[in-house]
Design a protein around this ligand. Structure first.
Ligand SMILES: C[S@@+](CC[C@H](N)C(=O)[O-])C[C@H]1O[C@@H](n2cnc3c(N)ncnc32)[C@H](O)[C@@H]1O
Length: 388
């Protein structure tokens, strides 16, 4: 099968994790970029990447690159491409543009000029034009202009791969599925030791962990842009999906999720049902700070409130102090990973992190801290964290 260049986009800090996932899928010529990974692969890999990648947002297939000198030039060059090969006149189109250029300042304007060029080509040929559908188009086109270089890619995912399709309900401040899967991968979790998600919100950590441990493809519950491409190979796609189904296994670990908010627990439960992993996770309402439960081996993923909301602000430092105390008293023998944008509050956990990783949760610049709660000869590393 013919090989071509592909680009998988991701979140800041997850590039290496994504590159590892791609390597496992058989990608070659892997190159780390800023919030993306470039690689080579064939049609099979393109389909598999969409189905299996846990830390990618989109898989793009670049197909044209040229210099542009102003918006008329952009219009002319876009119109020269034969769009019939990608889209039919009855089809629907969406265009996403990103610009990083002194010559093109407005991404919306760039998207509009491209759309004009494409629909004008169809109108000239057929006296009809494809229509625009931003939500669910037959073809989603990605345009990136850097300085004077314009790159066009077909967006093979269409809807972000972060939208797995199982999270129909969500609690306040849900974490992106891609970020949760990325944190789990960064932790090096072996899929065997037990997992605890004590502020589970909509259950993202728990559900992603269950999918990983069962080898369930994250794209199992959704469709992808390439399924509506003109060159879509339906039999190749069904064989890839069948192969993925055959690889599902029963996990060795146990997964627990809890939250102070009963409604969040109900939401997590229904999301887990959607993901068909509800039998693998035990959800229950619980105040993490008051719980007497002991969890002595395993890994804890914690996404506490960051104190962004006004009513949380004053209580946030004592709250983080109590998280640290709780971890020390009830989680001896575990490893805890905590993500927060509140660097000041993180210092009050009162344990020395053995790793610190910069990540973004949406627009929020965060730190992911790893704490090893093993009581050594000298006791815990209890010194307050005074660094960033
Ligand atoms: C940032 S949200 C977690 C979002 C979650 N990771 C998700 O993907 O939806 C923080 C959660 O902590 C919960 N929470 C706050 N204080 C808690 C406590 N003392 N014990 C347990 N959960 C708590 C909140 O109810 C909220 O659901």
């Amino acid at each position: 099968m013919e090989k071509f260049e592909l680009i998988a986009t991701t979140l800041f800090g997850l590039e290496e994790v994504l590159a590892n996932e791609l390597k496992e899928l058989g990608a070659t010529d892997i190159e780390l970029l800023n919030r993306a990974v470039k690689f080579k692969g064939d049609q099979t890999l393109l389909y598999k990447s969409n189905l299996h990648l846990r830390t990618a947002l989109k898989v793009l297939k670049p197909f044209a690159q040229f210099m542009v000198h102003g918006d008329n030039d952009l219009y002319k060059k876009i119109k020269k491409i034969n769009w019939d090969q990608y889209l039919s006149v009855e089809g629907t189109l969406a265009i996403e543009a990103t610009v990083s250029s002194d010559y093109f300042k407005h991404s919306q304007f760039v998207a509009l000029r491209c759309k004009d060029a494409i629909v004008d080509q169809f109108r000239d040929k057929y006296e009809k034009r494809p229509s625009i559908d931003l939500e669910n188009p037959d073809l989603r086109l990605n345009i990136y202009i850097r300085d004077r270089i314009c790159s066009l890619s077909l967006d093979s995912s269409s809807t972000s791969l972060g939208k797995r399709g199982y999270r129909q309900a969500q609690s306040l401040a849900p974490m992106s599925e891609v970020l949760a899967a990325g944190i789990i991968a960064l932790s090096g979790w072996d899929k065997k030791c037990n997992v605890y998600d004590p502020m589970c919100g909509s259950g993202t950590f728990s559900i992603e962990a269950a999918l990983i441990a069962s080898n369930i493809a994250p794209g199992r519950f959704r469709t992808f842009g390439f399924e509506r491409w003109k060159d879509f190979d339906a039999s190749l796609w069904s064989s890839i999906k069948e192969e993925a189904e055959a690889q599902i296994m029963t996990p060795e670990c146990k997964i627990y999720g809890s939250d102070l908010d009963e409604q969040a627990v109900d939401i997590s439960q229904s999301n887990a049902i959607n993901a068909k992993v509800d039998h693998l996770i035990e959800f229950r309402p619980m105040d993490f700070l008051k719980s007497e439960t002991h969890f002595n081996d395993g890994i804890v993923f914690l996404n506490p409130p960051y104190g962004e909301r006004l009513k949380e602000k004053e209580e946030i430092i004592p709250f983080y102090k109590e998280i640290g105390t709780q971890l020390k008293h009830h989680y001896e023998g575990c490893e805890a990973w905590i993500i927060s944008s509140n660097i000041q509050a993180l210092k009050f956990i009162g344990l020395r992190p053995s790793r610190k990783i910069r990540l973004f949760n949406g627009p929020l610049d965060c730190k992911l801290h790893k704490y090893e709660l093993f009581r050594g000869k000298k006791g815990y590393q209890e010194k307050a964290d005074d660094s960033n």
